[in-house]
Design a protein around this ligand. Sequence first.
Ligand SMILES: Nc1nc2c(ncn2[C@@H]2O[C@H](COP(=O)(O)OP(=O)(O)OP(=O)(O)O)[C@@H](O)[C@H]2O)c(=O)[nH]1
Ligand SMILES: [Mg+2]
Length: 318
Amino acid sequence: MSSAAPLQELFDRGRRGERGALARLLSVAEAGGAQAAQLDALCAAAAAPRARSIGITGAPGAGKSTLTAALLGVARNADQRAAVLAIDPSSPLTGGAILGDRVRMHQAAVDEGVFIRSMASRGQQGGLAQAASLGVRVLEACGWPWILLETVGIGQVEVEISGRADLVVVVLNPGWGDEIQANKAGLMEVADIFVINKADREGVAQTRRDIEGAIAARPGGQQIPVIETIATRGEGVPELWQAIVERHAALDASGELAVRRRARIAAELESAALSALRGRLAAAMAAEEGVRLRERIASGDCGIHEGVATLLGNIVRD
Ligand SMILES: Nc1nc2c(ncn2[C@@H]2O[C@H](COP(=O)(O)OP(=O)(O)OP(=O)(O)O)[C@@H](O)[C@H]2O)c(=O)[nH]1
Ligand SMILES: [Mg+2]
């Protein structure tokens, strides 16, 4: 695809419900660059009902994928269509395998009401969060009413990505008191719903106490559901789905959702602008003028501050 027309065509096909076209659009989002920018503009111009997006995050192995698959089952029973975007910032190579082939084979392949896609890092700084956001917008434009955004791990990037969803579910396991105390990457602060998955294991009551302690320490002191699940057996999963639906409706009714979406726009705008700026800066530094500028500074011909002004001038001019 080298011009806008084929992308537009692909977009139209995705909007008509062609799954192959949607998969290719998500590849465009994942790759970033000029095509992704075009796609972004198409999404912005497309009138589509708002999707409800749910971030699902938690440490590796907590059972997020198993839970996501079980949630899909419950959503389908409730006659809801749902798409999953599984994001893995840590492993650029295994991008296709995050959610487990189990899910893919059982449901997605035969069920028109489910769409599952993985996205992995292509190495660009901040790029994956942008790609994930665009992925959500693409799914929304293509008419998916529910979007589950699953991230691997609980680092800063993962928390940033799950924060691009309307509502965040944090998945913990029994015996994770220390992790909760450490509040890695502010995970405890972003949660709208806590899940204690693997509730078939020992230490559920203690973990519940630890979580409730962390909730009590949060400013505002909101009521935050803590739901026990055994994802492998589907236990507690209908309750979790119910909590998600109710919490989303409550956020919408109170106006909090609108506030969050505004905040998200500000955050996305800033991070996209920063990465654009970083790219231009790198180019300006590497250009002949940039090299000359560095020579001038080295030889005492001008100072750093003057150099910055010149460099920024070059960026704006270009
Ligand atoms: N005992 C028990 N095991 C579970 C439960 N849920 C998931 N598991 C198992 O835990 C392991 C990890 O599950 P995943 O769903 O792959 O976990 P994940 O959080 O998606 O893992 P990553 O994507 O690698 O971060 C698998 O072997 C699951 O079968 C549960 O409720 N109880
Ligand atoms: Mg997983």
